[in-house]
Design a protein around this ligand. Structure first.
Ligand SMILES: [Zn+2]
Length: 326
């Protein structure tokens, strides 16, 4: 349901938006940042609904009036959502938007423009949006969503009131998974960790597929130990082909070595519970320093891959560090 209240794990953002609505001091331009699947787009729609609801003058939309129903069905003429078509938001889309803005709102309420994934705007589109932000039409609010402020032109960021949406804590995602999906606690924990703070990702996950992938991968992670250079490089070649999959694979590596480390102090806190006896055995083979070095190396590889380093080479070096160094 589209409402500000149930946006899970975002109490700070919800509090700020609520206060702006209650005091009728909503800025013309807002920027919501954070990873995918944490409620940015839901919050933008909830805001649009609260502003246009015919029965409520406050924070909560009634969900039943003509305007609320139009927002829910995506047919409200004054709530305009711009999204990337293929990979980019193109200048043509912003030109069409500017033309639309030259007319008054159809329903006579407040118009809300939601630019989803604003980091996908090319330079031309960014400059065109900037013009709208510099001279916003009356009764119009623009909400941009993006991963982080550094992905946008500084001139765009400086025109917006910035609200950061935080990754949802693992415990909260586990709780929601347990409430809404039929999963045991161990599975919920694994899915929550792999979702990296994205409640949306966890909720829409194909759990069977994720768990199957994890099992296969952990089997490989274990068998790589004691494997030849040839085996390590073969694995690097295979996994490095897909950038997104590589990040997920590296997340699993972090989770695995984190468990081996934490097992030394708090064995009850390991996340891969179904592998507990093996983790306990491996934990005795490594010193704390050796494990910390490995975890640091995995994080460094993730950063390098994000910065478009040669994936295969980065992974080869990492695997040598993980498996063939002391
Ligand atoms: Zn309403």
């Amino acid at each position: 349901m589209i409402s500000l209240e149930p946006i899970i794990g975002q109490s700070h953002a919800v509090r700020l938006l609520t206060r702006m609505l209650e005091n009728d001091r909503l800025p013309h331009a807002l920027l919501f940042t954070g990873i995918d699947g944490i409620g940015k787009q839901t919050a933008a729609k909830a805001l649009a609904m609260a502003l246009n609801c015919l029965r409520s003058a406050g924070v909560l939309a009634c969900m039943e009036c003509r305007c609320c129903k139009k927002v829910i069905s995506g047919n409200h003429p004054d709530i305009i959502i711009v999204e990337p078509s293929s990979r980019f938001i193109k200048i043509g889309q912003i030109r069409a938007l500017r033309k639309h803005l030259s007319f008054a709102p159809v329903e006579g309420g407040r118009r809300v423009i939601i630019i989803n994934d604003a980091h996908c705007m090319n330079v031309e589109a960014s400059n065109a949006i900037l013009k709208i932000l510099e001279e916003p039409p009356d009764n119009t609010h623009v909400v941009l969503t993006a991963h982080q402020t550094s992905d946008l032109l500084p001139t765009i960021v400086s025109r917006c009131q910035h609200i950061a949406f935080n990754p949802v804590p693992v415990a909260k995602i586990v709780e929601e998974l347990a409430n809404r999906r039929d999963v045991d606690e161990d599975t919920a924990t694994t899915i929550a960790v792999l979702a990296k703070g994205s409640l949306g990702r966890a909720m829409s996950a194909d759990i069977e597929k994720w768990m199957g992938w994890r099992k296969e991968l952990l089997g490989r992670v274990i068998s790589l130990s004691g494997g030849s250079m040839h085996t390590l490089f073969g694995f690097a070649e295979e996994v490095s082909k897909d950038k997104d999959k590589l990040q997920d694979t590296l997340d699993m590596f972090i989770m695995w070595f984190r468990d081996i480390l934490i097992c030394k102090f708090h064995p009850e806190k390991i996340l891969n519970n179904d592998y507990a006896p093996r983790i306990e055995r491996i934990s005795k083979e490594f010193s704390v320093d050796e494990l910390l070095n490995r975890i640091t190396a995995i994080f460094a590889t993730q950063r390098a891959v994000l910065k478009n380093a040669n994936r295969r080479l980065a992974l080869e070096v990492l695997l040598l560090n993980l498996y063939l160094s002391s």
